[in-house]
Design a protein. Structure first.
Length: 274
């Protein structure tokens, strides 16, 4: 076999390898998955479903995020919780986040808390984003607690601004919690779990860690913001005492532009009394 033929064969092999890697990368970053969790509380009588969306980072799943919205709708949520980083602070596209909120709020009541990326926006971008979210009918929980009626049950939704996670804000808010009903905390970052538990919310919904970005067999996530390498809180359900925390892998990317063995995730939480 002459050198020219060998070169052609090598180029063909590399072409196939690159094509496979491209398809693999697309699937890892655009293949929507759903993770379902159960949360029980004796104060719940009828039950309801929360769909959590986190870390969109301007990502699109189909034109106008049609695939994402259709998948959310198929889960029949009673409320939707958006736990921060709706947009990306470095490559900002406010219209994608606002459009998503408009479509989500058309499905069912939708609640939102900020992530760290929202605080990296310019003042004008923040104004556009937050005005658009409010105009969509989505409720921004900015260091506040609201009582929500869902299917005949009552719960308290408490939302922390991302800049308040490491302050005494939750302590102050917890003084007004009505413990006759479950308290569900929306907070972007999971590494403060022990701090959240101090004030005994019943359920915490978080994101931020992007699933560890690269998921290794038997090990889990490789790296997460504010947790470093081999982080503890990247996905799944964690419990400490009477508090449960669910960490979403999120949907989009930011500083690291690709996911590996870490497909985008929608979280569905089935809340019941049993």
């Amino acid at each position: 076999m002459d050198k020219k033929t060998k070169l052609k064969k090598r180029l063909k092999v590399w072409g196939i390898v690159l094509a496979v890697l491209f398809v693999f990368s697309v699937l890892n970053n655009k293949w929507l998955t759903v993770s379902e969790y159960d949360f029980t509380d004796s104060r719940i009588e009828n039950g309801f479903t929360i769909v959590q969306v986190s870390d969109l980072h301007n990502a699109r799943f189909g034109r106008g995020n049609r695939r994402l919205i259709e998948r959310i709708r198929s889960l029949s949520p009673d409320i939707i919780a958006i736990t921060g980083d709706l947009v990306d602070g470095s490559f900002t596209n406010v219209s994608v986040g606002v459009d998503f909120c408009e479509q989500a709020a058309a499905i069912c009541p939708t609640y939102y808390v900020t992530g760290n990326h929202e605080h990296w926006l310019s003042d004008d971008e923040k104004r556009q984003l937050f005005d658009g979210i409010r105009d969509s009918g989505t409720v921004i929980l900015d260091d506040e607690t609201v009582t929500v009626g869902i299917n005949g049950d009552r719960v308290q939704l408490c939302g922390l601004d991302d800049d308040s996670l490491y302050t005494d804000t939750l302590r102050d808010l917890s003084a007004e919690f009505d413990r006759s009903m479950p308290v569900i905390l929306l907070a972007h970052e999971p590494q403060y779990f022990s701090d959240y538990c101090t004030y005994s919310p019943d359920l915490v919904l978080t994101g931020h860690a992007h699933g560890g970005q690269v998921r290794l067999p038997f090990i889990g996530g490789l790296v997460a913001p504010d947790q470093g390498f081999f982080p503890k809180y990247t996905e799944g359900k964690f419990t400490d005492g009477e508090t449960a925390m669910i960490v979403s892998r999120g949907l989009g990317n930011s500083v690291i532009p690709v996911r590996v063995f870490d497909p985008p995730e929608i979280v569905s939480v089935h809340v019941s009394g049993k």
